[in-house]
Design a protein around this ligand. Structure first.
Ligand code: GAP
Length: 444
């Protein structure tokens, strides 16, 4: 039995995401389309912050990883070499009675349809390729047929030589990219967890076959653990599951799934794998082109081994939302109890970092002062100006996870100080106008 380590339900998360503008069903006015979602004004910023956090640690703060951005549509032979055309399948089962479709591995038995309950109505499992197809050019024939990439990694493999020669890199070094991938999932579900269009952040790290490859793989597992910890994911809801030899593909020397305890149970966020020379070998074989590495210094030619870390950015964004969610009882000075919903985002991830309000919306001097302060802070932190009932302003910012709120009041007009309220503790500090930027920078 999987324990439910999260108190929030998916209904609560979905409702909050819609109400506050994090995530909407795609093309909702036409009834939506299964497995596709849109990120609203706050969700788009949240996801960008998640991607930026990955990019910063994986690329910008390292001297051994270079950036890449390949096309979504690639030559169809790419997917023959990678094995996706032949083997990127799920087993599909249809119910002859209610016409619903299921992934065979999601069913506990093939005897009875889990939706309509009819016995003997399910078809035999058959292979269903998960790649989405498209046609390139004006003719819709088999010659123009190609695919939307189901992973970003292949764009890096087919460019391996272009990249190492132009960047003057020598293994060990990595190539990173963030981009859209598409999979025609049979049963999309659990909100943005299993979707048909999603973003992956993939690192392909090439190492020489000199006996240190497993150490390098371990270092990446540690680095990824650190990343989740740095951005505040609760350690008791995160696990690094090491795949057994039977669970790994035959060519993989090691593999770890990073999993989070979602409200419905454990789900994969990322896979880290030691893939040997499988991918470069496969492209060399089919293309007939040399993708091995030539070391000018030693005059040695070899095919590097590959360590891959592949994280889903939509799943990570959803994790940030769920993990940050808290619904707590607060007691005011008069002993009155009330509830508040608060998203305890890491300050670097929070879509809005500072909310700025005037104490009264009908006092032009307070309004002008608050708006001027918001404009002054905007180049430095992600700000939002708002006005209205003070209690409601704080509740709204709590619900979108804003770490700090600044109140401009009558004292501000006299001495330039403002009240800074902390999201998590709800404590308030009085901060001098000149000290404010430094105060925020220190805490954000
Ligand atoms: N290049 C390796 C690769 O693609 P994967 O385990 O198939 O490996 C990596 O995918 C990550 O991509 C997953 O851990 C998950 O976070 C994300 N992902 C895969 N399929 C997804 C889907 N249908 N919806 C959302 N994210 C998905």
């Amino acid at each position: 039995m999987i324990e439910n380590g999260s108190r929030v339900t998916m209904e609560e998360i979905t409702a909050l995401a819609k109400r506050r503008g994090f995530i909407f069903p795609s093309s909702e006015i036409y009834g939506g389309i299964g497995g596709f979602f849109d990120y609203g004004p706050l969700g788009a910023v949240l996801k960008r912050n998640v991607k930026d956090a990955w990019w910063r640690e994986t690329v910008e703060l390292r001297d051994d990883v270079v950036a890449f951005d390949s096309s979504i549509v690639m030559h169809p032979s790419t997917w023959v070499a990678s094995g996706h055309v032949a083997a990127f399948h799920d087993k599909l089962v249809d119910c002859r009675n209610c016409k619903h479709r299921f992934r065979a591995d999601h069913l506990s038995s093939l005897a009875k349809c889990p939706d309509c309950g009819m016995t003997g109505s399910l078809t035999e499992p058959r292979n269903f390729n998960l790649m989405m197809t498209t046609n390139v050019g004006p003719l819709e024939d088999s010659a123009s047929l190609t695919y939307l990439r189901p992973e970003t990694a292949q764009g890096i493999f087919v460019n391996f030589k272009n990249i190492y020669q132009s960047a003057r890199k020598k293994p060990p070094f990595g190539v990173a990219q963030i981009g859209k991938s598409f999979r025609n999932e049979i049963t999309p579900g659990n909100f943005t967890f299993r979707v048909r269009e999603f973003e992956q952040a993939e690192l392909e790290y090439f190492v020489p076959d000199d006996g240190h490859d497993l150490e390098c793989y371990e270092r990446w597992v540690v680095a990824r653990k650190q990343w989740y910890s740095d951005y505040g994911i609760k350690p008791e809801r995160l696990r690094f599951y090491e795949l057994t030899e039977q669970e790994r593909p035959h060519y993989a020397r090691a593999g770890t799934d990073v999993e989070y305890l979602f409200p419905w149970g454990w789900g994969e966020l990322e896979s880290i794998a030691h893939r040997g020379t499988y991918d470069l070998d496969a492209h060399m074989k089919l293309s007939g082109k040399d993708l091995s590495f030539f070391d000018e210094a030693t005059r040695a030619k070899y095919t590097p081994l590959l360590i891959e870390s592949s994280a889903g950015m939509d799943r990570t964004t959803l994790t940030m939302l769920i993990d940050a969610y808290d619904n707590e009882t607060i007691v005011d000075e008069g002993g009155k109890e009330s509830k508040r919903t608060v998203l305890r985002f890491h300050p670097k991830i929070a879509p809005v970092q500072t909310g700025i309000f005037p104490l009264a919306r009908n006092k032009p001097d307070l309004v002008e002062r608050a708006q001027a302060l918001e404009r002054a802070l905007r180049p430095h932190v992600r700000t939002q100006y708002d006005e209205g009932n003070v209690g409601q302003l704080y509740r709204r910012q709590d619900e979108i996870g804003t770490p700090f709120c600044i109140m401009v009041d009558y004292q501000t007009i006299d001495d330039g100080t403002v009240t800074v309220r902390h999201r998590d503790s709800m404590k308030q500090d009085r901060v001098g106008g000149d000290a404010l930027a430094g105060y925020l920078a220190e805490r954000l």
